[in-house]
Design a protein around this ligand. Structure first.
Ligand code: PMP
Length: 406
């Protein structure tokens, strides 16, 4: 295998050549949303310029092409994640995917007093839908705690898997701590106890090889815009038996076989769960993103990002007064940090003046902020297209800002 010229790959991403406040853009916010390669932008453009039509309905040529492109993207995405295309429902992202599980799987099934177990490190997208349905069916929510280093306390997790727990919501990779959770082991333990597992793969799929079939979960949700794809795309994989047993979440066109006012019969999954006109161009773009990621290879991407993470961790650790939040053994390439004497938002604003984009805030993870007793952190999140020079720019600027504010 020939080594990948990572520096050269930057040219695939038009926005990376931008300047911000007169400085070269240093984009360190890929966990928020990734940048898009020209191949993705062109796939969306080409769809609208040459093939635009609605899917599934039209018999004309463009209709056929649109359907083929849309279903072709589903097939490539399914192969990328090692699942069957028919078990992959396309959604607007993780948020819609988890709401679909909550409303179609959990709500009809949970009885008062039954419990949904969530981990301390979940994104609000894997907390709030559960609270909404728990309120409606009388279920309760229980929290699996983490260690100060930001790892799941596995002994506590096994103990928390009591008989009334019916569903476990767990993130594959934390968007704040970077922690990679041992999902296969967790799903095995949950399955032994009859607990259905809902895995949030938003931060995993873009950064490491993900073989959903090997994880042993019941549901796996992911979002397209963090994996080089367009916003408003993503999906939910579920075991076939669940799809067959679940009622639809949204009703409308596309998801039916026959509608009569007396009774409607539904289409087969995945279409049963894809009511209305989907984000066709976006999904076509997501297919192009999968092609791009596959050509590089997820193992190579992971190795590249791990070396950037090691470099960034070492350099940031040397900045006086800088504290890294999230020190798990297994981490994805993102670093949350605080700098003594500087509010996270002020720091992010001053970094922006130097062209450096980091995220500051609670990262849609209030319960984690409560655990660490902080209102916000700064987060630098890396992708394979970042460089050590960019990390140097981050470190130098933080140091400058620290001295300025100190
Ligand atoms: N879960 C995690 C871990 C995330 O990082 C995000 C995005 N910040 C989401 C869920 C929500 O994804 P989306 O808004 O694309 O649905």
């Amino acid at each position: 295998m020939t080594a990948i010229d990572w520096q050269a790959r930057r040219a695939d991403f038009p926005v990376l050549s931008r300047r911000v406040h007169g400085k070269p853009l240093v984009y360190l916010d890929s966990a928020n949303t990734s940048q898009k390669p020209a191949a993705v932008i062109e796939a969306v453009d080409d769809f609208y310029r040459r093939h635009n039509a609605n899917v599934s309905r039209a018999v004309h040529t463009l209709g056929g092409e649109a359907t083929e492109s849309y279903e072709g993207a589903r097939k490539r995405l399914a192969a990328f994640l090692n699942v069957r295309p028919d078990d992959l429902v396309l959604t607007s992202g993780t948020t819609q995917a988890i709401n679909l599980v909550a409303y179609s799987f959990a709500l009809p099934r949970l009885r008062p007093g039954e419990t949904i177990l969530l981990t301390r490190m979940e994104h609000h997208a894997n907390i709030v839908p559960w609270q909404l349905i728990a309120e409606r069916c009388g279920a309760t929510i229980k929290v699996a705690e983490i260690t100060p280093a930001g790892e799941l306390d596995l002994d506590a997790l096994w103990k928390a898997m009591t008989p009334e727990v019916k569903i476990l919501g767990v993130t594959h990779v934390s968007n704040v701590l970077g922690t990679v959770n041992p999902i296969a082991e967790i799903c095995r333990e949950a399955r032994r106890r009859g607990i259905a597992t809902v895995v949030d793969g938003s931060q995993a799929v873009p950064h490491r090889p993900v073989d959903i079939a090997a994880l042993g979960c019941d549901f796996y949700a992911f979002t397209g815009h963090k994996m080089l794809g367009p916003t408003g795309t993503g999906g939910l994989w579920a075991r076939r038996e669940h799809w067959l047993a679940m009622p639809p979440f949204l009703g409308g066109g596309e998801m039916i076989k026959e509608v009569r006012f007396e009774k409607t019969t539904f289409n087969d999954p995945p279409h049963k769960f894809e009511a209305g006109t989907p984000n066709i161009a976006g999904v076509v773009g997501l297919g192009a993103a999968v092609d791009y990621l596959s050509a590089l290879g997820m193992a190579a991407i992971e190795a590249r990002e791990q070396s950037l993470l090691a470099y960034a961790t070492e350099r940031l650790s040397m900045v006086p007064g800088l504290r890294i939040i999230g020190q798990a053994q297994q981490k994805a390439a993102l670093i949350s940090f605080l700098v003594e004497g500087a509010h996270a938002h002020d720091l992010a604003t001053l970094l922006d003046l130097e062209g450096i984009a980091v995220r500051s805030g609670h990262h849609c993870a209030h319960p984690l902020m409560q655990f660490y007793g902080v209102p916000a952190t700064c987060r630098a999140s890396l992708a394979f297209y970042n460089t050590t020079t960019e990390i140097d720019a981050l470190v130098t600027t933080i140091d400058k800002v620290r001295k300025m504010l100190g």
